[in-house]
Design a protein around this ligand. Structure first.
Ligand SMILES: Cc1cc2nc3c(=O)[nH]c(=O)nc-3n(C[C@H](O)[C@H](O)[C@H](O)COP(=O)(O)O)c2cc1C
Length: 317
């Protein structure tokens, strides 16, 4: 089996996970310069909303080019899989981003969703390195990803920040089960915030780590300063379930969503968070009346705001 560093062309088997609204050129270039793989997430470097796929792709092209002025190491892009019954062409955001990525010679694709034959074949035909993270990890999805040619698989525990898997199984359950089910290298994701977490991932059989939340808490991260301060202060008991698949550190908006979630009024909560701007108001703009702060539930182990280089040095000892 090829090692993760050989596949990725990086110093460390470490990927900075794509995160909606809160990645940008500066953050991803810092990760790639420090020996990991930086990955641009949706709306990277943006502050304004657009629902136009072409504008989305052009903005991403500019951010990618900006990142490349800051590093000559590889940079990845996030791709959402089309729905199982949808073609790539019909998934207009995915199609526009892929076209741009091929034009710009992007090779590293952090693909999230469910294994999609046409998409995988397309990326492979363009010489892409395919890092597949089933949104809800199951043995069947990991094996489907492997069969369709994924180079690296990511096993995500429900400890993670962002949109959580549909099933509530933690990293300690999911990672060893997935490692045993496939022969493709597996990265562990979900709740890894310090060197202990990285060592635990390796002990569970993972060949590397896929880390999101912890990179938000760095000097280079574009997350709003008051959101960083709120995460620094938070304990795990302050991380509330605000919908069937999202958590947030306590904010006025999160408290309202959480109240409704607890009272079984969860119909439409994800949709409502989304039409209220998703992660943009709380995390990028620091508007806690309107927004949530999505991070993993291991916040007790996030106690500093180091540079990306210092953080990677601490994680990968
Ligand atoms: C704020 C935030 C936004 C996220 N947005 C995305 C996204 O747009 N696309 C995606 O593939 N994953 C997204 N994720 C999930 C991450 O890629 C990754 O799976 C997760 O952060 C790993 O768990 P951790 O946060 O415990 O490190 C997001 C995670 C966070 C914390």
């Amino acid at each position: 089996m090829r090692s993760v560093t050989e596949i990725l062309g990086t110093k460390y088997p470490l990927i900075q996970a794509p995160m909606s609204w809160v990645t940008d050129a500066r953050l991803v270039a810092a990760v790639s310069n420090a020996g990991g793989l930086g990955v641009l997430g949706p709306n990277a470097g943006q502050t304004e909303v657009t629902d136009d796929p072409m504008i989305t792709a052009e903005r991403m092209r500019q951010e990618l080019r900006k990142a490349r002025t800051l590093t000559n190491r590889p940079i990845g892009m996030n791709i959402l899989t089309p729905e199982p019954d949808q073609s790539v062409a019909d998934s207009v955001f995915t199609a526009a981003l892929l076209k741009m990525a091929y034009e710009e010679n992007v090779h590293h694709f952090a693909v999230v969703g469910s294994a999609h034959e046409e998409l995988f074949a397309d990326i492979i035909a363009h010489d892409g390195i395919l890092i597949f993270r089933p949104l809800t990890p199951t043995v069947a999805q990991m094996r489907a990803g492997e069969r369709l040619g994924a180079d690296i698989l990511v096993a995500t525990g429900s400890d993670e920040g962002g949109v959580m898997p549909r099933q509530d199984f933690g990293t300690f359950t999911v990672v060893p089960a997935m490692v045993d089910a496939v022969s493709t290298p597996v990265l562990a994701a979900g709740g890894i915030n310090d060197a202990r977490g990285v060592r635990a991932a390796f002990a569970l059989g993972a060949q590397g780590v896929y880390i999101g939340s912890r990179f938000l808490m760095t000097e280079e991260s574009p997350m709003a300063d008051n959101a960083k301060a709120a995460v620094l202060k938070a304990h795990f008991s302050d991380v509330l379930r605000v919908s069937p698949t999202q958590r947030s550190v306590k904010t006025p908006a999160a408290l309202k969503y959480a109240h409704r979630y607890r009272n079984n009024d969860d119909t439409g909560l994800n949709h409502e968070i989304s039409i209220n701007g998703g992660l943009r108001p709380g995390m990028l703009l620091g508007d806690f009346e309107r927004g949530i702060i999505s991070v993993n539930n291991g916040v007790d182990t996030i106690n500093s705001l180091p540079s990306v280089e210092a953080l990677i040095g601490e994680l990968m000892v």
